[in-house]
Design a protein around this ligand. Sequence first.
Ligand code: 3PG
Length: 307
Amino acid sequence: TMAKILIATEKPFAKIAVDGIKEVAETAGLEIVLLEKYTEKAQLLAAVADVEAMIIRSDKIDNEVFDAAKNLKIVVRAGAGYDNVDLAAATAHGVVVMNTPGQNSNAVAELVFGMLVFAVRNFYNGKAGTELKGKKLGILAYGNVGRRVAHIAKGFDMDVYAYDAYCPAAAIESDGVKAVSSQDELFEKCEVVSLHIPATAETRQSINYALVGKMPKGGVLVNTARKEVINEPELLKLMQERTDLKYVTDIMPEADADFRMLEGRYFSTPKKMGAQTAEANINAGVAAAHQIAAFFKDGCTKYQVNK
Ligand code: 3PG
């Protein structure tokens, strides 16, 4: 019998991406089962019961899901961040977890600029705004998305800075981007800061009053990373005091209603949509299918994140 791959996507892929995944799976002799737009965890628990592999997005995969998935060998998160998967539970159940780094990073990077132009033109209310040209852009974390943001920023003639705790300054500078020596320095220097850090124990709520408070007058903070990295009560308090600051994001804060009171200085999309393009869905979805095929064929564990 053919091994089954469950595509479990609360936020579905574009149809063309699902077609691409199916083609790769069929060529590899694997069967696709589709669970899209599910609303109850029970639907997910039922769907995982007899599958050997899963392709997911931001879908929450916890111990209960692993318990219910008796035949599961591999979960591939079609995307970058895997903070939605309980890695310890996966390892305890002998399940390999992978991501697909870089596959959807351009989509996220383009959205950063969509949001930035929107913000500096006062959310298209018709009043005179400012331009991005010549402004200092600070990129926090210089990974696949950060690098793409830097590349596009040069097209806008921005003055590009970056900080990454795990990337040597020389690697940043070799891209023609100015490396600063701390997170604090990045916020002190830059009128615009774009977050590209993962949600980890270390980064959780790290974007706080003291840090964002260092931004120069008229500062714009863009968050297409994770809502968990923001200390929401502190950012809210700061923005109530500093009426020059703006915050734009595609990850709606828990305190969305409170942020909405900051009229003309806050915007959030209703659903996370940085990676919500046909191209990103195809790139990440098809890469996930190839990774699963290679895992079953040759035991390939490249991109495993719970090694
Ligand atoms: C990622 O980590 O790859 C992005 O946040 C995309 O998430 P999504 O698949 O939920 O759109």
